[in-house]
Ligand binder design. Sequence first.
Ligand code: TA6
Length: 303
Amino acid sequence: MSLKILEELQQRFTVPGVVFNTGEGGLKRIEVQTPAARGEIYLHGAHVTGYQPMGEQEMLFISAKSQFAVDKPIRGGVPVIFPWFGAKSDDARAPMHGFARLAEWEVQSIAPADDGGVTVDLRFLPPPNTSGSFPHAFELSYRVSFGKSLRLSLAVRNAGPASWKFEEALHSYFAVSDVRNVVVTGLENSQYISKTQNMQRQQQGDESLRITQETDRVYQNTTAACVIDDPGMGRRITISKRESRSTVVWNPWIDKARAMADFGDEEWPDMICVETCNVGENAVQLAGGAEHRMEAEIRSEKV
Ligand code: TA6
């Protein structure tokens, strides 16, 4: 069944360098190989699991312990978080970080991109079983462009008459040489909620951010681009964004890494999440019929 679907998709979307195949766990995957970059995305959660610009190293972290199952989120890459971030405040049984990353998305189009890469457009319409946890009519459109940079564009459309509020995140996991040796800039003098300090509101000074312990910071009211300086990998990753007013920085460190079944005990030095979001006080109020588009552009340069 799945093979036939893959063959049909391959016929519908015939673009040089684009292959539909079966990935981990038998999940449908699109692999992209062009002169600009290599990339991969699962239809499950529209989950980008790989991006490597030509001549550069892989930029995204994927846990070796990640599950690849229709009812589980993939650990790593770029999870698409919607319509709530973290636990759902009024329903402890609702899935962490919403349901968009657990659903199978549809491919709408695939085309060569202007920078020698490939652009993939996906769509997610609400399946019937989510009306309980989020009783609103919506449509998600997600454009992923694997080129000289990784460009991500998530559009949320309110398909009903009434206004409602949502949270969203492109929860990007970046591969680093050793999280203890990287420096994150761009968040100086910003306010954040520290999830490791009882959700206390803190103010970062004009110093850059270094990771020396479990770090889980929800920065609010910041539109700044962030930079991950990684001398160990000889590269600098820049995460620029549009229509995003929150940034989350996360590293589980030792104990949290051990507590996660789908994350290797020894993997915590290999990654850092710098997430492009609208969460907390930056949640988006969307009028009936309106659309909101959040974008991130991720690029690497040798240093
Ligand atoms: O973005 C950081 C965070 O909210 C952390 O608190 C941690 O829970 C992480 O997301 C991963 O969440 P997940 O549901 O994917 O295990």
